[in-house]
Ligand binder design. Sequence first.
Ligand SMILES: Cc1cc2nc3c(=O)[nH]c(=O)nc-3n(C[C@H](O)[C@H](O)[C@H](O)COP(=O)(O)OP(=O)(O)OC[C@H]3O[C@@H](n4cnc5c(N)ncnc54)[C@H](O)[C@@H]3O)c2cc1C
Length: 639
Amino acid sequence: MKVCIVGGVAGGAGAATRLRRLDEEAQIILFERGEYISYANCGLPYYIGKEITKKEALLVTKPELLESRFRIDVRTMSEVVAIHRAEKIITVKNHVTGETYQESYDKLVLAPGAAPKRLPAEGADLPGIFSVRTVNNTLAIDDYLEKNKSSSAVVVGGGFIGVEMAENLSRRGLKVTLVELANQILPPLDLEMANILHREMLEKGISLKLNTGVEKLEQSETGLTVRLSDGTKLPADMVVLALGVSPESGLAKEAGLALSVGGSILTDENFRTSDQNIYAVGDAISIINGVSGKEALIPLAGPANRQGRSVAGNLLGKNSSNGKQVYGSSVVRVFDYVAASVGMNEKQLLREGTAYHKTYVHPNSHAGYYPGAKQISLKMLFDPQGVILGAQAVGVDGVEKQIDVIATAMKFHGTVYDLEELELCYAPPFNSAKSPVNLLGFTAANILKGDMPVFYAEDVPKLDRERVTVLDVSTPPEIKMGTLPDSINIPLDDLRGRLNELDPQKPVYLTCRVGLRGNVAARILLQHGYQAYNLSGGYKTYSLLNLDLGRIGPKASQKCRADGISLEVDARGLQCPAPICKVEEGMRKLRDGERLHISASDPAFGSDMEAWCDKTGNTLIERGSNHGVFEAVLEKGKK
Ligand SMILES: Cc1cc2nc3c(=O)[nH]c(=O)nc-3n(C[C@H](O)[C@H](O)[C@H](O)COP(=O)(O)OP(=O)(O)OC[C@H]3O[C@@H](n4cnc5c(N)ncnc54)[C@H](O)[C@@H]3O)c2cc1C
């Protein structure tokens, strides 16, 4: 059997090597338009940030290895420009010699990937404007930065590649502005989760322009000018366009193969196209969304690699795994943070009209009493039967672990009740005895069983204070750091003794910091005959949804440097209300003008401290953060 493969990276190279492992006799020819095969697309942004320092590290496999070890005929700089289906022949253009020739096939595999979307604006092709797809694109960016001693960049598009490029250009010392048309970066996340990353980017000095489009790019005397839809003119030494990708299906379209969503190549579950001798894999094809069951585009390296492996078996008539079903498990680093997600998010479920419930938790990455625990914010969506529809996690440590577990559960059609029962590895340095995934299962099951009626952050403005009681069961020091508008405060531990303060005719809407004490309070009230609802994810989720990005600016120092500290308070790993209680206790011991230094692992602690100092007449001298540890220096009294 003679197999021609178009595209020599994730899907194509994977198909070629697997086919050789399965069939020693097959004749395999791999055509790649570019200079390199099997390169690490996903590593390209880190080369710009100089975390990956050697170009060779980006080249996962060389043609010589595929030729010597796998007896694959690798033809780089060779673009397949036409498919003649009736004759089972392709036309190939050699970009070195300029020669065009034909090659026959018994089976053809298309793995041409996806191309960066173009910006529909004047000036998008000017020098100094780049996309990131190939090793050569990346080397060109690197070269341009060096030669021009660039000091500022505008990144257009806040998807994975845009965010990674923004971070890496910033790590390289450039002043970076990220422009995004939507109201948030990273589309797989919902807004309140993305807000954690907006804050991180702003604090790390990235200028964020959300809800903003690019209208025009112009050459200026000093470099480029990017004209934005809000009228701003941004000067920049270079511009990176990262507007997403479109399937490279031109060849398939010309050959008359059936297409699917977004112009992608349509295949069956065995990756066979509408021509029985042509298969297709990777970013160029549509997959079946594992949650909605619909054809969709999820261009990621994991699916492309697995599909390449799987199609090799299919070519030989072996049974396919169900690889066309994709859940979109993904992870991205944003400076000190990590964001991961799987399945559908709330925006997508709303668009699809799918019935769902949701739950939020904000636990530690491992046992709080063991040093180094960091907070993770998690959101999970599930249907009325408990089937998991999607999950998102943002934090510093252990983030992708939670999503990997949920992705596995989803692949096996798991429910929230399965998450309650999951037995996950535990020892203090690694996890909590009730892992974050278990907590998602507990809270979701509580919601479905009616054990914990909930309301959500977006419901807060709709609560009619004449008809309902809004009750925060946090401690008074915590209330000073912020609470729901027009709420009353009865600390949880006082609640049973103060029930007479609550009107039994009015439903009680409860909150605390992260939703844990609110749940206990709801259980108390429900068993005393009240109608009670707990704010899922507590005040923390509410404040994330309502985060005022305009108040967040770059933090010059990573670590607090203020001197004259009289008292050190280490609240790392402690759950609320302990950190703020420790601050209050410490400040009581100090005299006016003396200073306290606090470290905590709640990412919101910095802004909480600001509110607390305002309310209590103390002074916030400095705040900083370093890999998920948040610090503040407070001075007793108003300066
Ligand atoms: C900067 C960047 C970062 C990324 N980071 C991640 C990440 O962290 N995680 C993740 O899951 N995914 C990531 N991706 C996406 C991931 O790289 C892709 O999903 C994956 O590479 C798709 O594999 P593929 O084989 O379908 O296509 P590609 O890897 O794009 O390979 C297609 C190849 O086909 C060649 N080709 C196209 N047409 C022809 C033709 N007619 N003739 C010959 N050759 C042709 C192209 O030159 C190209 O080299 C990233 C992508 C980029 C660009």
